[in-house]
Design a protein around this ligand. Structure first.
Ligand code: GCB
Length: 597
């Protein structure tokens, strides 16, 4: 035991050197990758036996060693090679019945062959692991990551070998009071390696990241930076945007950063013309391409301006729930299905709730011309006084913005959803807002704030709004409060001269359950709520947009009502099997009329 303890100390100490993910590589789909997707071996480990010893200390000989008995008398109490499998990407809950409600640790193992090239640096990239991950390659700990919806990577150049290698990941989706999100959410806690896993090969000095966007408020001045990673930091770089006739040269400094600032005559990206330019960055040691749209987004009084002109956001909220098969959505096909439904509804905008969705969603939104609200899971009752919680939220925010800051579709970063008023909350969120503005000075900042109700008057007065560019409010008149028939009688007051988006409204209905409009859960009831909401919304002069709740039914442990919910939140305008409910057409009709105005 003593020996084991010493060994475990050495390993824990050694691993500290690698304990953080590497700086994030962006635009992975345009890099040289080898997919590690497919079948992974798994061990279900509710007691974390593969991690802790019987004194609850991290074991030096944990499952990450992927051990085999040395001889016939050797004791090894696990065997990945004989264990069951799960598909990656994919949540575990919907792949095996026994894992449907599972919350805890599952170990994933993947063996693969690799041919090493001397002049390359190699990175191991995870699209997302919910919620926390500890990652090992060939028995060596690479690091840990917390947060279930954002990517991370590790440099493995010196650990990966030619020949056989194995990766082990301890994925744990235990909910935590101090977590982001915290214990309580209204969506399924899908666990596991929910997005793709890739090896990325790069030259010794490579283009790690870049920010190529129009300067705030401008429609012809590109402002940004390119960042090189490696020893050869000072280089000559060329930026080409062939369709705009742009060929510009820059020099990176000692830190590998080249600042960009130049004018260009551009076709602007908009929902009507979602034009994406091919952008090429070339340095002495590397090149990378991307498809980038250019547009400006600002506010003026209570209006949102896209490319300098007021625009009303005809939106819908979307969870990352897979259409037809259910489970966490992860593929391009999932993204195209969900966003095509939004287009059919007449949307020019989607709210991707309540966490950063996979990259296909924002890339497809770019192509389809849908503006996007993207948010982090700072939801309900976060521990506002906990510094670790704030650092965790800041990290998720940083990873979201780092991955998606070049997507024209994204116009708004959201910091939080329905968080209770307090000074501590404001301080926490102000800190996130500062961070977001620092990382990306071009986009608007929002949050779904709290409302006050006095009789039939709704008052927008949450002091958090002082720090926001656009105010989001969720209201469920006709469902959680007030009768549908009374909804049009409600008046709205805002204490702020800022644009307001109704970021949620809605009602539940089981597809094909029919009755009169006063019977809960019928399609008629839901449609009636939408009709009355529309009557009310038309009268709110300062309204700049809306994203009713929600495009498609989604799984939630808070929704047990037998025969109706069966653990689905039924507020979808479309059922989980892809069937459109009556309310879909009510909203579609309203959006079509708005468009033709
Ligand atoms: C809300 C939450 C959302 C819930 C929704 C509901 O206000 O923001 O996450 O799913 O209400 O259905 O109650």
């Amino acid at each position: 035991m003593k020996f084991l303890l010493i060994l475990s100390c050495i390993i824990t100490f050694n691993s500290l050197a690698f304990s953080q993910p590497y700086e994030l590589l962006t635009n992975v789909s345009h890099r040289k990758t080898i997919s590690l997707n497919g079948e992974w071996r798994i061990i279900i480990d509710p007691y974390e036996n593969g991690y802790y010893d019987y004194r609850y200390k991290p074991r030096g000989d944990g499952y990450f060693q992927n051990k085999k008995p040395k001889d016939k008398s050797d004791l090894v109490e696990y065997d990945f090679d004989k264990s069951e499998t799960l598909e990656v990407p994919g949540d575990w809950n919907t792949q095996k019945d026994k894992l449907f409600f599972y919350e805890g640790t599952i170990w994933y193992e993947k063996s693969f062959n690799y041919v090493k090239k001397n002049n390359k640096r190699i990175f191991l990239y995870f699209g997302a692991v919910n919620y926390s991950a500890i990652v090992y390659l060939n028995g060596i700990k690479l690091g840990e990551h917390i947060g279930g919806f954002t990517p991370f990577d590790f440099e493995v150049t010196n650990i990966i070998k030619s020949g056989k290698n194995f990766i082990v990941v301890k994925a744990d989706n235990k909910r935590l009071r101090e977590g982001v999100p915290t214990l309580n959410t209204d969506w399924w806690n899908y666990g596991g390696l929910t997005r793709g896993v890739f090896l990325i090969a790069e030259p010794k000095t490579f283009i790690q990241d870049y920010f190529i966007q129009l300067k705030k408020g401008s429609t012809d001045e590109i402002n940004g930076w390119i960042k090189l990673n490696g020893n050869n930091k000072k280089q000559r770089l060329t930026l080409q945007i062939p369709d705009a006739g742009v060929v510009k040269e820059f020099y990176s400094n000692n830190s590998g950063i080249a600042k960009l600032n130049f004018n260009a005559k551009l076709k602007l990206w908009s929902p009507k013309n979602p034009y994406l330019y091919q952008v090429k960055i070339i340095c002495e040691t590397d090149t990378i391409e991307d498809n980038i749209g250019f547009r400006s987004i600002e506010t003026k009084g209570n209006k949102i301006l896209l490319n300098g002109k007021p625009i009303f956001l005809r939106g819908i909220s979307i969870h990352e729930e897979a259409p037809f098969r259910s489970g966490r959505a992860y593929s391009k096909e999932d993204a195209v299905t969900l966003l095509t439904w939004a287009k059919q509804l007449g949307c020019n905008y989607v709210r991707l709730a309540h966490y950063p969705h996979n990259e296909f969603m924002v890339r497809e939104a770019d192509k389809l011309g849908l503006m996007v609200w993207s948010e982090i899971p700072v939801y309900w009752t976060i521990q506002w006084n906990n510094k670790g919680t704030l650092a965790n939220a800041e990290n998720q925010l940083t990873e979201m913005i780092t991955r998606d800051k070049n997507r024209a579709s994204i116009i708004i970063w959201s910091m939080a959803n329905e968080t209770p008023r307090s000074n501590e909350r404001n301080a926490f969120l102000e800190s996130l807002i500062d961070k977001a503005k620092n990382l990306d000075p071009t986009r608007l900042i929002t949050a779904a704030t709290e409302l006050d109700q006095q009789g039939k008057t709704m008052i927008i007065d949450d002091s958090l709004s002082n720090y926001l560019d656009v105010i989001g409010v969720n209201e469920y008149l006709g469902w959680y409060a007030a009768k549908p028939v009374d909804v049009p009688k409600f008046k709205w007051i805002s204490k702020f001269n800022k644009p307001v988006i109704i970021s949620e409204l809605g009602a539940g209905a089981l597809y094909s359950y029919h009755g009169d409009k006063d019977t809960r859960w019928t399609e008629e009831y839901q449609a009636n709520v939408y009709k009355n909401q529309i009557k009310m919304l038309k009268k709110i002069s300062f309204l700049s947009g809306m994203s009713p709740w929600i495009l498609m039914d989604f799984r939630s442990p808070r929704r047990p009502l037998p025969y109706i919910q069966d653990f689905w939140n039924r507020k979808g305008l479309i059922s989980n099997r892809g069937e459109k409910k009556e309310a879909f057409y009510v909203l579609q009709n309203f959006y079509n009329k708005l468009q033709s105005k």
